[in-house]
Design a binder for this molecule. Structure first.
Ligand code: FAD
Length: 855
């Protein structure tokens, strides 16, 4: 063997073995022994140069030292810990409470750089119980059928009283309330599916039903309420006799909700004729969903105890209490107009409202624990209501757009056949699939007891953003049909509603910039939180031992991720482990690759920027995007398995994962381009992208497969829009579009006959309506066929048509005026409201008459 080949052999042996050991995370002792054996062999058999040998010995010493526990603790860890303590990022109580909320699930695996897919795959596919399925097929379909979105939004400004009564009767507000209190006690998955169906029909209905089943009094009571409070409130909330809302946001405190100035002061007062220690409350809240019709407010305020009536503290912090709206001093009843989507939403204020201490949720011992309660519940709630609303909207949009673009013809062809339209259709289908996957897999995990705080934030942000993209594309592919508002426009109102979901429960810019990665980095990283807690341990020696272990595990993990990121990038992850040998196996490998790259980059970002990373929002948001893309791609792969690995869905899976992982690549690349420490950025680029950015977005051909999938009738189209309301009845656009689409497919042979007759000169008209007459006369088609075609043609004409209004109808919708007057008079309020609410209504009317007098 030549000298060169011999040197190459030894180099490859050293380098390859090091990469192999690191890639597989072989433990420190075994790695040290293995590398020692190779070094020994080199000493005996190698033709070594002294300089090269010196390098190897120094490198090997670096591997040996961490094995000397006492030495490394004293000489390395102790000074490192002191330095670390000095640069510890400051953390507010609210940040700490947010960090402690929920638990770490699949997000933790993605952060590890070596996800254990078996953990995800072992979760059972979520299923509806018979009762839940019956509810969706029964009351839920019926409610959708009762709702005419145009009437609700444009004419009435509210759902009709029968719909309110139906919602209460069938306990739509009680999906999360246990049966013992009269609730439905549905799974998170069923809750999500109900909301998705309602959202496919009416944003007003989905918002109205979503709120009581999300963060609000019922949820707070179930988790933190005393038995007495549960008995007092839950049966009424389940039956709909009590309508809840949750009032956190105030004019001064929106995104920074913890900065609220609404306050409660502990004092002595009289309640129900008795002297008692209680709280005197003053608040001003806005944007509160259901407030105008609520009978009970879940109120967040800061609690003060200047006279130390309940303890030693002056100030307790954010506290949550249940406030019946009929108490003196409570103002409620006026409405906001959220982008013309008239679900009940409005301000509320309170002046010197006195309540006993046991109105605090969970009783006086929960004073000051309000923020913790909220973030804990948000860690689950954020994954359900808004994401499933977006998913339901996406399902409806995919179903409608597929059919409409197939039925609508321009230049002699269905517009779906034009690639430009097809591109938007593919996005609609793919994005709908991603949302479905994210919602169902995450809800399934919640039903298995997970409280995935970071995935919840990912779903909140990404599903609502994907929902917005779908709504935009849906507008585009419908052209003017989606612009002209009226009963026949099913796309305009959902499009207008999208910013609402974007804004509520943590506005999206903030969620992306501060929460997903900001929380994720601390929460999900296998060692960072441990290091932080060890550094803060008051027992400094115990802290040193714990910090030492976390630090050296962290180092090993970082080295392993560097090896993995590099090797996986070089080989396009072709040899990485996958849980299943299916046509989707490459996509698991893509996630494996980016998981290692992300973990490595995150470590360097935290190491070099420390606490500053939190305020470098553009950087942390991009890392959050990479994590989110991996999470969503994993749910897509799992959803495909959960749905029985249907071959017809493979294009959807491929398009979705490709789109997501391409975005992950681009975001990681832009992160490195903007990373302030240029040498580190260069090093990371060499490790993470040694072959450049090689991952490509979905091909045009793949996009066309998705177009076929949603523009042709079939099981894949139905599955994609499984929960959408598709009844074939007047006023149900999806049902009517589907009927017309089926007819168009059935009539293809007849259309072919017409085309042939045209070519032969038997038909001269360009207009289908006349062509049918001509074809019938020329006996190209039979009388029965002509009748069928006419019927089909009429249906399509109707679906393509838009509404128009008399000039004097603008600005004075007769029904609208009546409804507005009725609402002001309280007639539109849900019938079951209690008589004792009169006090507050009087106040509203007084306020209104004052305003009128002022005008
Ligand atoms: C229709 C509707 C229903 C609602 N229902 C309820 C309800 O039932 N109960 C309730 O309590 N509240 C409710 N809200 C309030 C909602 O939660 C707030 O609107 C939301 O938290 C944002 O607050 P803001 O509107 O004041 O926006 P602002 O806080 O003024 O934010 C403006 C913009 O700045 C961004 N931003 C702020 N800080 C940062 C930061 N540090 N980094 C990056 N970006 C940042 C935000 O993302 C946003 O884009 C509702 C709101 C709406 C619109």
């Amino acid at each position: 063997m030549s000298d060169f080949l011999l040197s190459l052999f030894w180099f490859l042996l050293f380098f390859g073995s090091a990469v192999y050991l690191a890639y597989n995370r072989v433990n420190l002792l075994t790695s040290t022994v293995s590398m020692g054996a190779i070094l020994l062999a080199y000493l005996f058999y190698g033709d070594w140069h002294p300089l090269w040998l010196l390098v190897l010995i120094v490198a090997y010493a670096a591997l040996v030292v961490p094995n000397l526990l006492e030495f490394r603790r004293e000489r390395i860890t102790r000074p490192a810990l002191e330095a670390y303590r000095k640069m510890l990022p400051s953390m507010s109580d609210t940040e700490r409470e947010a960090l402690e909320a929920g638990n770490v699930w699949w997000d933790g695996e993605l952060f590890s750089g070596m996800p254990d897919w078996d953990r995800l795959m072992s979760f059972p596919a979520p299923e509806l119980s018979e009762e839940e399925q019956a509810f969706i097929d029964g009351p839920c379909e019926e409610l959708c059928s009762m709702l005419d979105d145009w009437e609700v939004c444009d004419q009435r400004g509210d759902m009709p009283p029968e719909a309110w009564a139906f919602i209460k009767k069938h306990r739509f507000f009680a999906m999360i309330i246990p049966k013992q209190y009269g609730g439905l006690e549905f799974s998170a998955y069923a809750n999500a599916m109900v909301i998705a169906k309602l959202a496919s029909r009416s944003s007003v209905a989905s918002s109205t039903v979503g709120v009581p089943n999300s963060l609000g009094p019922a949820e707070l009571l179930m988790h933190y309420g005393t038995d007495e409070q549960k008995q007092r409130w839950l049966p009424g909330l389940a039956s709909g006799d009590e309508i809840p809302c949750f009032a956190l946001t105030s004019p001064q405190a929106g995104s920074d909700a913890a900065a609220l100035i609404d306050n409660g002061v502990v004092c002595k007062g009289t309640f129900n004729g008795k002297q008692t220690i209680g709280i005197r409350l003053n608040w001003e809240k806005r944007y509160i969903t259901l407030a105008p019709v609520a009978t009970v407010l879940g109120l967040a305020f800061k609690l003060y105890d200047p006279d130390h009536l309940i303890g030693d503290k002056d100030e307790y912090g954010i506290t949550s209490a249940l406030i019946p709206v009929d108490l003196p001093g409570v103002e409620i009843g006026r409405r906001h107009n959220p982008l013309t989507i008239p679900f009940q939403n409005g301000p509320t204020s309170g002046k010197d409202v006195f309540v006993p201490l046991d109105y605090i949720i969970g009783g006086p011992e929960n004073a000051g624990k309000g923020w913790k309660m909220l973030v804990e519940l948000l860690s689950v709630g954020r994954a359900i209501t808004l994401p499933s609303t977006a998913a339901g909207g996406g399902q409806a949009a995919a179903y409608a757009s597929g059919a409409y673009t197939q039925l609508r013809r321009q230049f002699g062809l269905p517009v779906a056949r034009f690639d430009g339209v097809g591109e938007a259709l593919a996005r609609i289908a793919g994005h709908a699939y991603i949302m479905n996957a994210a919602v169902s897999v995450t809800a399934g995990a919640i039903d298995q007891g997970e409280k995935p705080a970071v995935p919840s934030a990912i779903l909140k942000y990404h599903c609502t953003e994907l929902g917005r993209k779908v709504a935009n594309d849906t507008m585009d592919v419908h052209g003017g049909k989606a612009i002209m508002m009226g009963p026949r426009n099913y796309a305009g109102r959902p499009y207008m509603a999208t910013p609402i979901a974007i804004t509520v429960e943590g506005a999206n810019i903030l969620t992306r910039s501060l929460i997903i990665f900001g929380q994720g980095a601390m929460r999900c990283h296998p060692f960072v939180l441990r290091e932080l807690q060890a550094a803060q341990d008051k027992d400094t020696e115990r802290g040193l031992v714990e910090f030492d272990d976390a630090l050296f595990s962290h180092l090993g993990y970082a080295i392993s991720n560097a090896a993995r990121a590099f090797f996986l990038a070089l080989t396009h992850a072709k040899f990485s482990r996958v849980p299943l040998n299916t046509p989707t196996r490459r996509y698991y490998q893509n996630v494996n690759r980016y998981s290692a790259a992300f973990a490595l980059t995150t470590d360097f970002a935290m190491l070099t920027l420390g606490g500053k990373l939190k305020i470098k929002e553009l950087l942390s948001a991009r890392l959050g995007d990479v994590l989110s893309c991996m999470y969503l791609a994993s749910t897509v792969l799992k959803h495909f398995e959960n749905q029985g690995r249907r071959a017809t869905d493979i294009p959807l899976v491929e398009w979705s994962v490709r789109t997501l992982m391409y975005h992950a690549q681009e975001q990681l690349h832009s992160f490195l381009r903007n990373f302030p420490n240029r040498p580190i950025a260069f090093l990371l680029r060499c490790i993470v992208f040694p072959r450049g950015r090689t991952y490509s977005s979905p091909s045009d051909e793949l996009g066309r497969k998705l177009v076929t999938l949603i523009t042709e009738t079939g099981e894949a189209r139905e599955r994609l829009s499984e929960q959408a309301f598709k009844a074939n009845e007047p006023g149900s656009p999806l049902g009517l579009l589907q009927e017309a689409l089926e007819l168009s497919e059935r009539h293809l042979p007849m259309e072919k006959k017409l085309k042939q007759a045209q070519r032969e000169g038997l038909i001269v008209s360009e207009y289908l309506g006349h062509q049918i007459d001509e074809a019938e006369r020329a006996e190209v088609i039979s009388k029965a066929e002509a009748a069928e075609l006419r019927d089909y043609h009429e249906k399509v004409q109707f679906l393509m048509s838009v509404d128009d209004f008399a000039p004097d109808e603008f600005g004075r919708r007769a029904g609208g005026e009546e409804a507005a007057a009725a609402t002001a008079a309280g007639e539109q309020k849900p019938p079951a409201r209690k008589a004792k609410k009169k006090t507050s209504r009087k106040k509203v009317s007084k306020k209104k008459s004052k305003a009128k007098a002022g005008n």
